[in-house]
Design a protein around this ligand. Structure first.
Ligand SMILES: Nc1ncnc2c1ncn2[C@@H]1O[C@H](COP(=O)(O)OP(=O)(O)O)[C@@H](O)[C@H]1O
Ligand SMILES: [Mg+2]
Length: 341
């Protein structure tokens, strides 16, 4: 497998999941978050402007048809998230590309699985001495006390895109926590993750690189999600996906974040420690909130973060001198440098 392809007409498939290609009874809250057709068009456009021969390819419900559709491509820009309407199947796209021996962008199936299992990822993060909110995991509403410091936030253990997270997820009492756990377990058919609520400023740090000698991890300048309105304390599902909801405009994305250099370095070094711990490849984003002492706590690692032109990652890259087409081309280069995985 050749290890470099530059523009020069290399054929790149931009693989994406879309509502149009989804099963009929897709859960309502997955609809918007799953529709990556627009992102795929942006990525393909950026690649074409860089001299690649790029084409969006939808990840539908027929894996055999997908294998045929991917024939003749030199590499795949992997935007697929939760094929077959299932966020827990996010690693399967990357796994399929490995079986097809196609170089692809971004993280491999192991990192995608690990990071999407929030409780497991948090245990590894805490075990490595990196701060993350203390948590409990419940398969059903507990009888006793959780023993955490209140308020706590109750979220599904294995979802994404703030699915299952509203302002009501933050609760002040043990009784409210038990009710919310029951609600999450019923609604999402999975365990509920109960975490101490960390109420300080919220930041995210994009990491680019393969963690190899040739392409070490590099942290971009942090971005901030600024909460201007005291009614809103979390980046909820509505704040991300519902333009009609008042929180949609009330939580501002500030990139790069206006913070002193020591805090920037602290966030970046914690993000790089996570990247090393999980063996991240290509591009990823680590989300943080500051605790009462001003220390960054890792909320989660996103191994397949939003790469659309107006997302925080692209804006952080721009602030660092990388235009959108240059960022997208760099991500392809990093994927190809790993060869067939
Ligand atoms: N322990 C926590 N303390 C404070 N806010 C939290 C905590 N966990 C989640 N949040 C809020 O909820 C949002 C979504 O949570 P997150 O765990 O990142 O889920 P998702 O994978 O759906 O993005 C975060 O961006 C943050 O605003
Ligand atoms: Mg998140």
């Amino acid at each position: 497998m050749k290890k470099t392809i530059a523009g020069g007409g290399a054929r790149v498939a931009v693989l994406y999941t879309s509502v149009a290609a989804a099963l009929e009874d897709v859960r309502e809250e997955l609809r918007e978050s799953m529709d990556l057709a627009l992102n795929a068009a942006s990525v393909a456009g950026a690649l074409v402007s860089g001299g690649f021969d790029a084409h969006p390819v939808a990840f539908g419900t027929d894996p055999a048809a997908l294998c045929l559709a991917l024939r003749g491509f030199d590499a795949v820009f992997n935007l697929s998230e939760g094929p077959l309407d299932c966020p827990q199947k996010e690693p399967h796209g990357a796994a399929l590309l490995e079986l097809l021996r196609l170089p692809y962008t971004g993280n491999g199936p192991a990192a995608l699985s690990l990071c999407n299992d929030k409780p497991l990822a948090k245990s590894l993060i805490a075990g490595a001495g990196i701060a993350t909110p203390r948590h409990r995991l419940y398969p059903s509403a507990p009888r006793g006390r959780c023993g955490l410091r209140f308020p706590v936030i109750v979220k599904p253990a294995r979802e994404d895109g703030s699915s299952g997270i509203t302002e009501a997820s933050v609760v002040e009492t043990e009784a409210a926590m038990r009710r919310q756990v029951g609600h999450v377990v019923d609604r999402f058919r999975q365990e509920a993750l109960v975490e101490e609520f960390i109420g300080g400023r919220e930041f995210n740090v994009a990491v680019i690189g393969n963690g190899t000698a040739a392409d070490p991890h590099r942290a971009l300048p942090p971005g901030e999600l600024a909460y201007d309105d005291p009614r809103f304390r979390v980046c909820s599902y509505e704040s991300k996906w519902d333009p009609e909801h008042p929180s949609y405009d009330a939580i501002r994305s500030v990139v790069p974040a206006k913070i002193p250099a020591p805090l920037r370095r602290r966030l970046q070094s914690s993000a790089l420690a996570c990247a090393g711990l999980f063996g991240l490849r290509g591009y990823s984003r680590v989300d943080f909130r500051l605790d009462a002492d001003g220390a960054p706590n890792v909320l989660e690692i996103n191994p397949n973060p939003d790469i659309s032109p107006d997302a925080g990652m692209a804006r952080a890259a721009r602030g660092d001198g990388l235009s959108y087409p240059a960022l997208i081309a760099e991500i392809v280069r990093l994927g190809v440098a790993l060869g067939a995985r």
